[in-house]
Design a protein around this ligand. Structure first.
Ligand SMILES: Nc1nc2c(ncn2[C@@H]2O[C@H](COP(=O)(O)OP(=O)(O)OP(=O)(O)O)[C@@H](O)[C@H]2O)c(=O)[nH]1
Length: 221
C-alpha cells in the first residue's frame, strides 16, 4: 500500500459521560450523535452507547464511542467497569441545579479511583449544560472555572436543547485527547447557528386589561 498523503488515519476513542440524573447526559449525546432533542425526561437505566465519526485537522478520522452512563449508577458496582479504558471523561452538570455541580466531586472521585487502580489517565472535561436557561443559573461561572483550574481540566458550556456549542465541545475534546490544537477558523466552523423558539404570545392567557398587548414578532438571526 502506498503512503499516499490522502490516506486517512482512523482512530477510535471511548468517551464516558458522567453526572447526576437529569443533568442532560443523554440529551447531550443524542444532540451530538443524532442531531435530535427530546423534551421528555427518560431516565437511563445502566448505560447507552452512541457512535459518531468526525474529522480532525490532518485528515484524521475519529470515531467517538460515547458511553452515556445513567445518573443512578453512582455508588454502584458497575460504574468502575464503565469508566475503565476511557480515553476521555466528560463531567456534566446542569447550570440551574447547584446540587448537580456539587455532586461532581463524587463522580470525579470515582474516575480518580479507577485511574489509580488501572494506572490510566483519561482526559477530563467539565460541561455546564442547559445554558439556554441562563436566567435560571444557580452555578456561577467562576465556580465552574475554579473547578477546572484546580483540577487542570478543560471547560465547556453547552445547551443540548438548542445545540449551542455541542459539536464544538466534542470536537475540541477529541482534539484535546489526541493532542491536536484546533485553529480559530476550525472552531468558528463548528459553531452552529442556534435556532430560537418563536413564542406566540397571542395564545398566552394574559389579562389584556392589566398587561399591554405584546408583539408576536421575533427577530431570529
Ligand atoms: N432547557 C434544557 N433542558 C435540557 C437540556 N438538556 C437536557 N434537558 C432536559 O433535562 C431533562 C433530563 O435530560 P436527560 O438527557 O434525560 O438527563 P440525563 O443526565 O441523561 O439523566 P439520567 O438518564 O437520569 O442520568 C430532560 O427533560 C431534557 O429534555 C438543555 O440543554 N436545556
Amino acid at each position: 500500500m502506498s503512503d499516499s498523503e490522502e490516506e486517512a488515519q482512523d482512530r477510535q476513542l471511548k468517551v464516558v459521560i458522567l453526572g447526576d440524573g437529569a443533568s442532560g447526559k443523554t440529551s447531550l449525546a443524542t444532540r451530538f450523535a443524532q442531531e435530535a432533542f427530546g423534551k421528555q425526561y427518560k431516565q437511563t437505566i445502566g448505560l447507552d452507547f452512541f457512535l459518531k465519526r468526525l474529522t480532525l485537522p490532518g485528515n484524521l478520522n475519529v470515531t467517538l464511542q460515547v458511553w452515556d452512563i445513567g445518573g443512578q449508577t453512582i455508588g454502584g458496582k458497575m460504574l468502575d467497569k464503565y469508566i475503565y479504558g476511557a480515553q476521555g471523561v466528560l463531567l456534566v452538570y446542569d447550570i440551574t441545579n447547584y446540587q448537580s455541580f456539587e455532586n461532581l466531586e463524587d463522580w470525579y472521585a470515582a474516575v480518580k479511583k479507577v485511574n489509580e487502580e488501572s494506572n490510566q489517565h483519561p482526559v477530563v472535561g467539565l460541561v455546564g449544560n442547559k445554558i439556554d436557561l441562563e436566567h435560571m443559573r444557580t452555578v456561577k461561572a467562576d465556580k465552574h472555572q475554579r473547578f477546572c483550574h484546580e483540577n487542570n481540566i478543560s471547560s465547556y458550556f453547552v445547551s443540548a436543547k438548542t445545540g449551542d456549542s455541542v459539536f464544538l465541545c466534542f470536537q475540541r475534546f477529541a482534539a484535546d485527547i489526541l493532542g491536536i490544537k484546533l485553529n480559530k477558523a476550525e472552531i468558528e466552523q463548528s459553531q452552529q447557528v442556534v435556532k430560537a423558539d418563536i413564542v406566540n404570545y397571542s395564545q398566552e392567557p394574559v389579562a389584556r386589561t392589566v398587561n399591554p398587548p405584546r408583539s408576536s414578532m421575533c427577530a431570529v438571526q
